[in-house]
Design a protein around this ligand. Structure first.
Ligand code: SF4
Length: 323
């Protein structure tokens, strides 16, 4: 499969502080020199704790934030070099589903208006009748009845609202969707339904996903490959099965050990890796490995030099342990 999305050495830094009562000025390196690709029809899971930069990465890719440096390509087109008009047509192909379906839907608009907005902007229907037919078809696609179109978002449950958000994204016929923690705010019972629906849509429409989540359990079933992020860096990236069977980075191992196993016998016998130590400030981070203050395997070199990147087949790890 050819890469549909390619990211090269992408960084997004924020200048913070420096004013009266606002503390020392500093640079928050939310995303720092990150590279990866996503093939057409593939799901890349992106996992890390809250504040690790994964949401900033997804939004920078769609230019909801402007990058500090680096390049990104969509189907060979350099995303950061597009002017406003070119970006509008590129946005049609690259959509985002936000974490909070409560905040991302305008409470004053009916569901039909919400879904039809993109259809109108991109002139994807020749008449209002055709536009409504597309809206009803999309509602059916995401498992909602046609009469949902006349109602308002607040009349729906969290899972139903996320279905509306997905229908809105699909309305403009995208090929790539950034799913920014789309199930984190939902009940556990609903999460699997939404993941299954996203998988079905991927098969039917050949969609490509960047699926962002804060733990490895959430991305396990949907991801073909998984990238693990810590304080702005991708520390490990591998095929899903390989990552679960053969994790190399100490942070990935700790994340995996936190996933509960349904079998109580296995669960009681396995070793949990408890991460101790402080998380360093992401502002002006110190040299060396950013995970070293919590890493059970930290060595002297980890505080002195940035960990080198090792690649073996499809498995990438950034850690001094592999030196
Ligand atoms: Fe731990 Fe050192 Fe590897 Fe960082 S580079 S994860 S501190 S062993």
């Amino acid at each position: 499969m050819a890469p549909l999305v390619e990211v090269r050495n992408l960084s997004k830094h924020f200048s913070i502080g420096g004013g009266w009562l606002r503390g020392e000025p500093g640079i928050l390196k939310a995303v720092d020199d990150v590279s990866f690709y996503i093939s057409e029809g593939e799901t890349l899971g992106l996992v890390g704790e809250s504040g690790c930069g994964k949401t900033t990465l997804g939004r920078t890719l769609l230019r909801l934030y402007e990058p500090t440096s680096g390049q990104a390509f969509f189907d060979g087109v350099p995303i950061f070099e597009q002017n406003r008009k070119q970006m509008l047509s590129l946005r049609r192909k690259m959509q985002i589903v936000f974490q909070d379906p409560y905040a991302s839907l305008d409470p004053r608009m009916t569901v039909a208006e919400i879904i039809a907005e993109g259809i109108s902007i991109h002139k994807l229907a020749s008449s209002s009748k055709e536009r409504m037919e597309i809206v009803h078809h999309l509602l059916d696609t995401v498992g909602l009845r046609p009469d949902a179109s006349k109602r308002f978002a607040h009349e729906f449950s969290g899972g139903q609202r996320q279905r509306i958000v997905i229908a809105r994204a699909l309305a403009v016929e995208p090929s790539f969707i950034v799913c920014d923690e789309p199930i984190s705010a939902l009940d556990v019972s609903i999460q699997a339904q939404i993941v299954n629906m996203l998988e079905d849509l991927q098969h039917e429409r050949g969609l490509t996903y960047l699926f962002i989540a804060h733990d490895l359990a959430m991305v396990k079933h949907i991801s073909h490959r998984i990238a693990v992020m810590y304080m702005g860096k991708i520390v490990e990236l591998a095929d899903s099965r390989e990552l679960y069977a053969n994790p190399q980075h100490p942070y990935t191992k700790a994340l995996l050990s936190a996933i509960p196993i349904p079998d109580p016998d296995i669960e009681s016998q396995r070793e949990r890796i408890m991460l101790e130590g402080d998380v360093p400030s992401p502002i002006n981070p110190p040299p060396g490995c950013r995970f070293r203050t919590r890493c059970p395997n930290a060595m002297k070199v980890c505080g002195e030099e940035e960990p080198p990147t090792f690649e073996s087949g499809n498995h990438m790890v950034a850690c001094h342990l592999l030196t």
